[in-house]
Design a protein around this ligand. Structure first.
Ligand code: SF4
Length: 113
């Protein structure tokens, strides 16, 4: 099963760790970890990012998910205007929004898998 066109498809992939962690039963719980919340404090964002990345690190489709996220910047809201230094943002493929931006700009290397 490949990752489709929608964001939801990523998190519903049968091999997605964010699904097997039990988040499929609670989309809200998954959102609290993988997506920024309104007026999120930087320290809360950092902790959220660490937790999401630890889940991604165990995911069988991390590379596919990361490829998908890098190729779908507009769909997932990775707009240049919204990305500041060290912005955590949404986590996909074990990458923060800022990390994906730097990779797309050719200023950072992607982790090897
Ligand atoms: S890499 Fe992370 S965000 Fe992507 S499907 Fe796996 S656990 Fe979910």
């Amino acid at each position: 099963m490949t990752i489709g066109k929608s964001i939801t498809t990523v998190f519903r992939h049968p091999e997605a760790a964010c699904r097997t962690e039990g988040f499929a039963e609670s989309i809200h719980a998954m959102h609290l970890i993988f997506f920024p919340q309104l007026n999120e404090r930087p320290d809360v964002a950092r902790r959220r990012g660490i937790r999401a990345k630890s889940i991604c690190a165990q995911c069988n489709i991390r590379k596919e998910c990361g490829d998908w996220a890098l190729a779908n910047a507009a769909l997932i809201g990775d707009t240049t205007a919204s990305i500041g230094h060290k912005t955590i943002g949404a986590i996909y493929g074990g990458m923060t929004q800022y990390e994906r931006h730097e990779i797309r700009m050719g200023r950072a290397e992607r982790d090897s898998f």
